[in-house]
Design a protein around this ligand. Structure first.
Ligand code: BGC
Length: 265
């Protein structure tokens, strides 16, 4: 199986670090032109674009806050201005602002819901508008593909992270509802639910003694790498997965399998 995205145009939000950055590189390697969205950190996004271009690919760093409606609209517009179309959206931007519930401020709740859930809604809506406007372009079997970044916490409750877990539970239902609504337009919407993948978001949990505790929750026995997610994401937005619609793919080494029950509960 070879995964090719030749001739396709992809926007990856939150792509200046972590999973988004890995996915942007993987999509470019598969032949897509890639918009590398960032909000605060221009430098790593510009650098990623330069690296892709140096390897003969097409890429551009694009600033924008996905939770801000005019920015979400401008991001899709910028893709169309630059490359004439949009074929793939990876709605990846996300953050954590953790606190026990009694200490969690409304600002922390609002921020996480705004970026992780509303941001995905706004970008998905703009992508769907563009997919419908341009129609099938002959570069893919689908008329457009959207990949929503979820988490194992779409299904695993997470004490001390109620804003994050609620946002990802919401992403799961938003994804399935959008998939149901737009599949007849030839648009495929799917999700990815990573477990513990080594990135900046969970540095404290994935190093030293904390990593040993974390490994007890991962039946497969290793912490994931960004490449584990990037490869699956590339497949999920390619024609190799053309019949996959409205599914969340868990990439978690078995974390969502209730590992506490391995010893008979
Ligand atoms: C979170 C990480 C966490 C992982 C497993 C992810 O969605 O962003 O911080 O390590 O879930 O709990």
């Amino acid at each position: 199986m070879s995964v090719s995205l030749t001739g396709q145009v992809a926007l990856v939000t939150g792509a200046s670090s972590g999973l988004g950055l890995g996915i942007a590189h993987a999509l470019a390697e598969a032949g897509a032109a890639v918009g590398i969205n960032y909000n605060a950190h221009a430098e790593p996004a510009e650098q990623a674009a330069a690296e892709i271009i140096a390897l003969g690919g097409r890429a551009r760093a694009l600033k924008g806050d996905v939770s801000h409606e005019p920015d979400a609209i401008a991001l899709v517009d910028a893709m169309v201005r630059e490359w004439g179309a949009l074929d793939i959206l990876v709605a990846n931007s996300g953050l954590q602002q953790d606190a026990p519930v009694a200490e969690m401020t409304l600002a922390q709740w609002d921020k996480v819901i705004a970026v992780n859930l509303t941001g995905q809604f706004l970008c998905a809506r703009e992508a769907i508008r563009q997919f419908r406007k341009q129609g099938r372009r002959g570069v893919s079997k689908a008329a457009g593909k959207i990949l929503c970044m979820s988490s194992v916490h779409e299904v695993i409750p997470w004490a001390g992270h109620v804003n994050y877990a609620a946002s990802k539970g919401g992403v799961g239902m938003m994804m399935r509802t959008l998939a149901q609504e737009v599949a007849s337009d030839g648009i495929r919407v799917n999700g990815i639910a990573p477990g513990a993948i080594r990135t900046a978001i969970n540095k404290a949990e994935t190093e030293g003694e904390a990593a040993e505790r974390l490994l007890r929750l991962i039946p497969y026995g290793r912490i994931g790498e960004a490449a584990d997610v990037a490869k699956a994401a590339t497949w999920l937005v390619s024609d190799e997965s053309d019949y996959v619609v409205g599914t969340t793919l868990f990439i978690d080494g078995g974390m969502a399998l209730y590992p506490e029950f391995r010893g008979n509960g």
